[in-house]
Design a protein. Structure first.
Length: 61
């Protein structure tokens, strides 16, 4: 697996991340793909000094 993690802190309350990903398996079943590309995105929104909302999702292609 190879990932390039790209982050940006827009303010003290908001951060975003983009993670393009390349996966390759050497051994798979006959009909399975052994190479997969995916794109992950995530965010952190600070609500207070002790609480933050964190979310992420990965889109496989």
């Amino acid at each position: 697996m190879t990932q390039l993690i790209i982050t940006r802190k827009f303010s003290s309350n908001l951060s975003l991340v983009v993670v393009p990903t390349f996966l390759h398996w050497s051994y798979t079943a006959y009909n399975d793909q052994n190479t997969v590309f995916a794109l992950g995105i995530g965010e952190r929104a600070k609500v207070s000094n002790r609480i933050a909302l964190v979310a992420d999702y990965t889109f496989p292609f």
